[in-house]
Design a protein around this ligand. Structure first.
Ligand SMILES: *Cc1c(COP(=O)(O)O)cnc(C)c1O
Length: 244
């Protein structure tokens, strides 16, 4: 997977610079402060050497979607001041791998998982910022909580939220394929849902919207994204077939 010219360290640095510039421009055009938009580089399928290239390019937030792939990379890069984001689906029986390793979980989707995480974060004194994943388009192929199920889940989560398990906002994967209008409608719906949650639960720190990937980050920024999860626009296309 390494050694291809388009994956060289210099290329990754250049892509990151260009991407940050585009993010800033789009944010400003939308009347937003670019510093409100965090960039998470989704490094799944890419080796630590490739992540090093992004670190050299000033990147410090990285996203992974499986525990087994992420843990060795986190270990290898443990001396670096990085924030790791778990963005994939998480089975409750793997919850123990998250606190202490990851700073953020983007895919909280059940009370059972939240209960485990509340216990583990307290035991390990390892706080976790968690986002509730929403299946905003009700796509049967996708994980996440249906929008109409969210109010009841919030009520159940209320006693679990605290300084260890910090409920910070919502995450969604935008529709694909989708027109610009489809994407914006889905992201606007997530923003509205976050505002409803803020009111209902009264959580002051429930401010985050993790939405926007390589193909739809412009629409996401226009609709209020505070966390972009971007992989291929930084690292190039993923080649799962060549995974070692
Ligand atoms: C892979 C992945 C991304 C990044 O996707 P790109 O299209 O490569 O930017 C973002 N979010 C999640 C949940 C992912 O699994």
């Amino acid at each position: 997977m390494t050694g291809q010219p388009d994956d060289s360290a210099a290329m990754i640095g250049a892509r990151l610079r260009e991407l940050r510039q585009r993010i800033s421009e789009i944010a400003r055009r939308a009347g937003r402060d670019p510093s409100e938009v965090r960039l998470v580089a989704v490094s799944k399928t890419h080796p630590p050497e490739t992540i090093e290239a992004a670190i050299a390019g000033g990147q410090s937030d990285f996203g992974e979607n499986t525990v087994q792939e992420a843990l060795p990379k986190i270990e290898r890069l443990a001396s670096r001041p990085l924030s790791w984001h778990f963005v994939g689906h998480l089975q409750s029986n793997k919850a123990r791998f998250i606190p202490g390793k990851f700073a953020w979980l983007h895919s909280l989707d059940s009370l059972a998982l939240a209960q485990r995480l509340a216990r583990l974060t307290a035991e390990k004194h390892a706080p976790l910022d968690a986002l509730i994943e929403i299946n905003i388009t009700r796509d049967p192929r996708k994980h996440g909580v249906a929008p109409e199920a969210l109010p009841a889940l919030l009520d159940d989560l209320q006693p679990l939220a605290g300084p260890q398990l910090r409920l910070r906002g919502l995450m969604t994967i935008g529709p694909y394929p989708a027109s610009e209008g489809d994407s914006r409608a889905a992201f606007a719906a997530l923003r509205k849902l976050r505002d409803d949650c803020q009111r209902r639960a009264g959580w002051r720190d429930f401010t985050e919207l993790s939405m926007g990937m390589s193909g739809d980050f412009a629409e996401a920024i226009m609709e209020g994204s505070t966390v972009l999860r971007i992989g291929s626009a930084i690292f190039g296309e993923r080649s799962y077939a060549k995974k070692s």
